[in-house]
Design a protein around this ligand. Structure first.
Ligand SMILES: Cc1cc2nc3c(=O)[nH]c(=O)nc-3n(C[C@H](O)[C@H](O)[C@H](O)COP(=O)(O)OP(=O)(O)OC[C@H]3O[C@@H](n4cnc5c(N)ncnc54)[C@H](O)[C@@H]3O)c2cc1C
Length: 289
């Protein structure tokens, strides 16, 4: 199918894009990599009357780390992050390998994936796990939306229709932290049926000093595995405690069943993946971040 007719606005800067969003209000959509939006237009699942193309906005480029915080501009492609992550963050590197296919990552932006808010997407769960946030701008002001306030429902965030996401920030794991990432999908490059990421750090006595678990594909939004984190924090991560933590995190999930997997299957797989990523994270503690 062909997309419905729309007006095309080629923004030349973030300010230009924000002005266009103000002008068109609810009727406009930002066009970033187009890897989710264009299929939605073609299938007529979205019918914006204007597309505001940000691909010429040089001030939205950029990807840089400073003081353990990685800032990713709205035009940084998933491939840019993948390249940086090869040496900068093995967790992000592993996760990006599961996002779609290389040609899609060449065009798709990191921020576009974050604000598109597909609950089966890898990057939104990573934003939660890495205490991240999104910086958004509208005419007359900016605000920071922390990851735990961003995701409201499938494909729905707390961004207003006149707000442009200008960048995302990820807090890289503390020095010496270990990480784990696992996903179950039907085929390579498909959206996840269930996925899970973990970051763990230990103090000098061997107790857990930092714990993050993030699930995707288990409901309408990415979910932090808070009960699992609480079961580990301040304690020695014995094998029994890790199993208990994984079970506690999965027990709190309310996944949906669909054509691809039942809710019960997703919950069982979530518990298994949580245990795997926690074990992997522990095995990497003290080695890399
Ligand atoms: C075959 C296929 C397989 C895929 N598999 C996966 C997968 O396994 N995992 C996964 O995570 N993704 C997958 N994707 C989606 C892909 O990662 C997209 O690139 C991503 O979801 C959206 O990024 P984009 O830059 O292409 O955004 P676009 O498609 O341009 O936009 C997506 C939405 O976000 C909005 N938006 C984009 N940027 C901004 C901004 N800066 N401010 C405000 N709103 C904005 C748009 O208005 C639109 O509503 C797949 C896509 C395809 C086609």
């Amino acid at each position: 199918m062909k997309p419905p007719a729309f007006e095309y606005v080629a923004a030349s800067s973030a300010a230009d894009a924000v002005e266009a969003l103000r002008r068109y209000g609810d009727e406009a959509k930002i066009l970033a990599g187009g890897q989710s939006l264009m299929p939605m237009l073609a299938l007529r699942l979205a019918r914006p009357s204007a597309l505001v193309d940000i691909n010429r906005c040089d001030d939205l480029e950029g990807l840089a780390e400073s003081g353990g915080v990685l800032t990713v501009g709205a035009l940084a492609r998933q491939r840019d992050l993948e390249r940086w992550a090869r040496t900068g963050s093995p967790l992000l590197s592993e996760a990006l390998g599961w996002v779609a296919h290389a040609p899609i990552r060449n065009r798709g932006t990191v921020v576009g994936s974050l604000v598109h808010a597909d609950p089966a997407s890898e990057l939104p769960a990573l934003l939660l796990c890495l205490d991240g946030s999104v910086l958004v701008r509208r005419k007359g002001g900016e605000r920071v939306i922390p990851a735990d306030k961003l995701y409201l429902a499938p494909l729905t965030t707390s961004l207003e229709s006149d707000e442009l996401a200008t960048s995302a920030r990820f807090q890289l794991p503390p020095e010496g932290a270990g990480w784990g990432f696992a996903e179950v999908a039907r085929r390579h490059g498909d959206f996840a049926l269930v996925g899970c990421a973990a970051v763990l750090a230990l103090d000098s006595a061997g107790a857990v000093s930092h714990a993050r678990l993030g699930f995707f594909g288990v409901g309408g939004t990415p979910v932090r595995g808070a009960p699992g984190e609480a079961a580990l924090m301040g304690r020695e991560p014995t094998p029994a405690r890790v199993v208990e933590a994984a079970k506690a995190a999965a027990a709190a999930l309310s996944p949906d069943g669909d054509l691809h997997a039942s809710a019960d299957y997703r919950k069982k797989v979530a518990a298994t993946l949580a245990e795997r990523v926690l074990v992997a994270a522990l095995s990497r503690c003290g080695k890399s971040r």
